[in-house]
Design a protein. Structure first.
Length: 131
């Protein structure tokens, strides 16, 4: 249902590159409109189905009190599930936490030793490790 509007700068003998580009953009816009209209029709159909399901569920209950009781029961279930999920999240966080421990071991500060003492210390370390 789109109407073709003549371009005011149309030339005799054909269209310019700019005109072709505008025609392509117009075709793209029309395709997008058609896709949106199809999506809207699908959404309307799903809403009608959901409305029918709600009406059927309402027909199963005779009084507002029954609906209120079932709603309260559903809220309790949701609350219990929420608490369970929160407990599990806390337990997972505890399990993932690394307990603080002793700092990394550091070697002896040898900056104040003389070169001979450093050599002696190095040889002692080699003897202890067996290398």
């Amino acid at each position: 249902m789109f109407y073709s509007v003549p371009h005011r700068h149309a030339r005799r003998g054909g269209m310019s590159d700019n005109d072709n580009e505008l025609e392509e953009q117009l075709a793209d816009a029309r395709a997008q409109i058609e896709a949106l209209q199809a999506a809207a029709a699908g959404a309307e159909a799903r809403a009608a189905t959901a409305r029918d399901e709600v009406m059927a569920a309402r027909a199963e209950h005779e009084t507002v009190e029954e609906i209120d009781r079932e709603f309260e029961a559903a809220q309790r279930v949701v609350g219990q599930l929420r608490e369970k999920i929160e407990r599990e999240a806390v337990e997972q966080a505890r399990a993932a936490r690394v307990p603080p421990g002793a700092p990394a071991r550091r070697g002896q500060d040898v900056s104040s030793l003389s070169p001979g003492e450093k050599i002696k210390l190095g040889l002692q370390r080699l003897d202890r490790t067996g290398h």
